[in-house]
Ligand binder design. Structure first.
Ligand code: ADP
Length: 152
């Protein structure tokens, strides 16, 4: 299985509830490598492009409003089979269906405040990483064993 990358957005609802650190920790504790991280606002064009598949839906105005309420925190994550693994950790779109133990299952309070976005598939991940990160904002580095840092 090749190493791949995926995009996660900590949505404004989670930024407002001061869950950003906790959500990042969930990925780190699972051993997932962060290769990009930034806070940014999503302008109209960006929201419309990112959620273009929902543009005709009656709740699109609501999505736009909630995604622009505060900055978002974008994460680029890397690992084997990472797109699927992160979707599993993310949980169902609907908070009522999201299993406990998943990020949405544990923190999501409504459909429009469902805490994070995660790319749905490999193609989407490639497109979305390009949308949110410039090439020089994504990093290659090796993680060392903790003991490698020991002076003893
Ligand atoms: P996902 O984010 O799980 O990939 P979708 O791409 O279908 O799901 O939807 C994008 C986002 O739009 C969802 O995460 C949710 O915040 C919002 N959304 C989806 N359906 C509804 C709905 N019926 N009412 C309000 N917001 C919705």
């Amino acid at each position: 299985m090749a190493i791949e990358r995926t995009l996660v957005l900590v949505k404004p609802g989670a930024v407002q509830r001061e869950l950003t650190g906790e959500i990042i920790t969930r990925f780190e504790r699972k051993g997932i490598k962060i290769v990009g991280i930034k806070m940014m606002t999503m302008d109209d064009d960006m929201v419309e492009e990112h959620y273009s598949h929902l543009k005709e839906m009656p709740f699109f105005g609501n999505i736009k409003k909630t995604m622009q309420r505060t900055p978002i925190v974008a994460l680029a994550l890397e690992g084997h089979d990472i797109v699927k693994r992160v979707r599993v950790l993310t949980g169902d779109t609907n908070p009522r269906e999201a299993a406990p133990g998943t990020i949405r299952g544990d923190y999501s309070i409504s459909l429009s405040n469902n805490v994070i976005h995660a790319s749905a598939n490999h193609k989407e991940a490639l497109d979305e990483l390009q949308r949110f990160f410039k090439e020089d904002e994504l990093f290659n580095y090796n993680r060392m064993n903790v003991m490698d840092y020991s002076d003893n």
